[in-house]
Design a protein around this ligand. Structure first.
Ligand SMILES: *Cc1c(COP(=O)(O)O)cnc(C)c1O
Length: 398
């Protein structure tokens, strides 16, 4: 049988829901990826904040292999050790006391939305179902999560959308006070708006949200799907806001590349999702949990978080240096190893320019360069990226 992926003909059979670069990646190790021509890339995306501890990280590969030899899957009618152990670890290291497992970010937010509605219904009555969300936010691609997402571009053509979602501008305390009321079951936010342009929320706004939610008896939900699991230099981003949420959504880097999501909550909140109210066939799968346990071990038992803070500062310094020299750079934003460069105009060729020079990056609308390198990146690799960016900006100027 001839290998049709060699002729690239098989690609036609994949639905065209993504605009992909014409690159076929075949292998990864640490911060590096290789394509089928053997060309090597430095990955500044981590598979969009997923492979944060590096591609094919040895300890995680071993944990996954060992689990695959033991048990792939049972149903959630029975117990497995990896699932219980992971729940314990996540709760031990956070405000949370209970974990519900699913398979993706959207599923974890969907679970949080269901929990909020059930909680509102049970504690304050059937009219208490509204979720207040932020404009510019991103929460996933299911019907409920595109509705929570405060960007109409993700919603157009998919109407009718579910009821019960309200949006306010980020960092506008007055707007939040006005929008939240007796129908509000929860306030949902990303501590840093990720897809929406790497915009950290003001501490004052986050603590106002905490106060407003508590006064109403509503839940405060943090979507840490992108910024959780060490990305900002602490295990969870909320630790740097001075505020504990009632519910937190995780996915992306939780399994370092194996699909897993988690929705965490305090016990008396999670209790409202009783037996039969929510489920996922694959949720808490032993192999994904084995990977996530190893991720938790590395994040909590090594100096990796300190590394993220140091390397994040270094990247920030280098980007600030560029910004001082190139007027087209409007803003540099981020925390730890989620950093973004915003330009005052569109550079449609930027992503391809960097790709050709061996850097995988995320560029939104040609205006925003988003950098999410694996935590095992070294300063010299960040120097190389900054030099390439400098080369690009110099070319634009001439
Ligand atoms: C990526 C992302 C999601 C959706 O995650 P999927 O795994 O793609 O469903 C939800 N929320 C945030 C903040 C994200 O960055």
């Amino acid at each position: 049988m001839n290998d049709i992926t060699n002729t690239r003909k098989a690609f036609e059979f994949v639905a065209e829901t993504y605009s992909r670069f014409p690159v076929l990646i075949t292998r990864g190790q640490g911060i590096y990826l290789w394509d089928d021509d053997g060309k090597k890339y430095i990955d500044f995306t981590s598979g969009i904040a997923v492979c944060s501890l590096g591609h094919c990280r040895r300890e995680i590969v071993e944990a996954v292999k060992a689990q695959a030899e033991e048990l792939f899957h049972i149903s959630n009618l029975y117990w497995t050790r990896p699932q219980a152990e992971l729940a314990h670890l996540l709760c031990e290291c956070s405000f949370a006391e209970r974990a519900f497992f699913c398979n993706s970010g959207a599923e974890s937010v969907e679970a949080a939305i269901k929990l909020a509605r059930k909680f509102g219904h049970d504690t304050r009555g059937p009219d208490c179902f509204d979720i207040v969300c932020l404009e510019g936010s991103f929460h996933g691609r299911t019907l409920a999560t595109i509705t929570a997402t405060g960007q109409p571009v993700y919603q157009r053509g998919f109407e009718p959308l579910p009821d019960g979602f309200t949006h306010v501008p980020p960092n506008d305390i007055r707007a939040l006070e006005l929008a939240a009321g007796k129908r509000t079951a929860a306030i949902l936010m990303e501590p840093i708006l990720g897809e929406g342009g790497v915009r950290p929320l003001d501490k004052g706004f986050v603590s106002a949200a905490r106060r407003i939610a508590s006064e109403l008896g509503a839940l405060l939900i943090f979507d840490e799907v992108q910024v959780g699991m060490g990305r900002t230099g602490t295990l969870f981003c909320y630790e740097q806001t001075g505020v504990d949420p009632d519910v937190m959504c995780l996915a992306k880097a939780l399994g370092n590349g194996l699909p897993i999501g988690a929705m965490l909550a305090r016990k008396e909140v999670m209790e409202h999702l009783g037996p039969g109210t929510h489920a996922s066939t694959f949720g808490g799968n032993p192999i994904s949990c084995a990977a996530a346990i190893e991720v938790m071990r590395i994040l909590t038992k090594t100096d990796v978080l300190e590394q993220v803070r140091k390397k994040g500062e270094y990247l920030r310094e280098r980007l600030d240096g560029l910004s001082a020299r190139f007027g087209v750079i409007k803003d540099i934003r981020g925390m730890g190893l989620i950093q973004a460069v915003e330009f005052d105009r569109e550079f449609p060729g930027l992503a391809t320019y960097l790709l050709e020079r061996g850097f995988l990056t995320i560029v939104a609308h040609g205006r925003l360069l988003r950098l999410l390198p694996p935590f095992v990146i070294e300063n010299e690799h960040m120097d190389l990226l900054v030099e390439a960016l400098e080369g690009f900006l110099n070319e634009q100027a001439t």
